[in-house]
Write a new protein. Structure first.
Length: 120
């Protein structure tokens, strides 16, 4: 089902959020700031929030709707039992797109997610 939204950001957890954020900021060319107990990373057309928690866990994926009417239409279509919707901090997204390659042989701190949990 098309939901009429775009991915705004991912929120992941780490037992060492600041170290994890520094790694991502350095190797994926992202600006790093600390806001309200979370590490915020922003780069061209991408955002990640990292906070304290279990290593390698996706806390949530935040979707951005074009306007309140689109969000209201989505809420009418999706039964409440499928999950609760909540407002997340608004983070400015840049419109420019660029692709940065990860340099070879970089080892992230062990607390940083490097793949999807359960993926081969």
């Amino acid at each position: 089902m098309e939901i009429g939204a775009v991915l705004d950001h991912l929120h992941i957890s780490s037992p060492e959020p600041r170290a994890c954020a520094r790694f991502y900021a350095a190797h994926f060319v992202m600006r790093h700031t600390h806001v309200e107990g979370a590490e915020i990373l922003q780069g061209p057309a991408r955002k990640v929030v990292i906070s304290a928690g279990v290593a390698n866990r996706l806390k949530y994926a935040a979707w951005r709707f074009p306007d309140g009417a689109a969000l209201a239409a989505y809420r009418r279509r999706v039964p409440a039992r499928r999950g609760r919707l909540r407002r997340t901090p608004g983070l400015a997204m840049t419109r420019s797109a660029s692709h940065q390659a990860m340099p070879p042989k970089i080892t992230p701190p062990s607390a940083c997610p490097t793949s999807t949990p359960g993926a081969p």
